[in-house]
Design a protein around this ligand. Structure first.
Ligand SMILES: C[S@@+](CC[C@H](N)C(=O)[O-])C[C@H]1O[C@@H](n2cnc3c(N)ncnc32)[C@H](O)[C@@H]1O
Length: 206
């Protein structure tokens, strides 16, 4: 019961950001996807409404049982024919090599412990030419006041936020892992808490 409550609290905490920006960003990122789409860390299903009609199969990977419970209910209500909910992590994806047309990650890579392994898995399951579609909050510019604040708050934030890192330079880490990040741009999430305002969004190609 408590776990379900925490999943519902997640939705409540994000409601303002969804209204102000995230809902539109999700749609812009996902509405034209086609074929078989894998979403990692699908959470409570915030992206479900953003997928367009050209998605044939939606594979929703979510390791947290409470999030997964809410996700399964919503996926069943929204898209019974196309969505499959899977208990797994991004570091070990239960898909064949080259079997998905696109991978989606929104607000997830900040929490993934072994990012290298997860990105290698994303690369493995994507078909040639497939892309990683992402919206992620990231570290502020090194040396900025905001970056200093993020570093100070990071340990406590990670403890209460399920391992979420405030200081992950995700775009740079994607580039270091061999992804082309030319179509990943910086933006600002209009939320009251400044530490999660810096975001990157767009698509990266292995
Ligand atoms: C902040 S929530 C984001 C949920 C959703 N993607 C969204 O945009 O609202 C982060 C999600 O990533 C999941 N997660 C954490 N570590 C993960 C991993 N290694 N692999 C896949 N999902 C993970 C968490 O369980 C949680 O549901």
């Amino acid at each position: 019961m408590l776990r379900v409550l925490s999943a519902r609290l997640y939705d409540a905490a994000l409601a303002g950001a969804e209204r102000r920006a995230l809902r539109a960003w999700r749609r812009e990122l996902l509405q034209d996807l086609e074929g078989t789409v894998l979403e990692i860390g699908a959470g409570t299903g915030a992206n479900l409404a953003a997928y367009g009609p050209s998605v044939d199969r939606l594979l929703l990977v979510e390791p947290d049982p409470a999030m997964r419970g809410v996700l399964a209910d919503r996926a069943a209500a929204a898209r019974p024919a196309r969505a499959v909910v899977l208990a797994a992590t991004a570091s070990r994806l239960p898909m064949h090599d080259g079997s998905v047309d696109a991978v989606v990650s929104t607000l997830v890579l900040c929490s993934v412990r072994s990012l290298d392994r997860a990105l290698a898995e994303v690369r493995r399951v994507l078909r040639p030419g497939g892309r990683l579609h992402l919206i992620e909050h990231v570290a502020a510019r090194p040396g900025s006041l905001l970056h200093g604040g993020q570093r100070l708050l990071a340990p406590a934030w990670s403890r209460v936020g399920g391992g979420c890192s405030l200081t992950r330079p995700t775009k740079e880490l994607l580039a270091a892992a061999g992804f082309d990040v030319d179509d990943v741009r910086g933006d600002t999430l209009p939320v009251p808490v400044p530490f999660v305002r810096p975001v990157v969004r767009g698509t990266a190609r292995p």
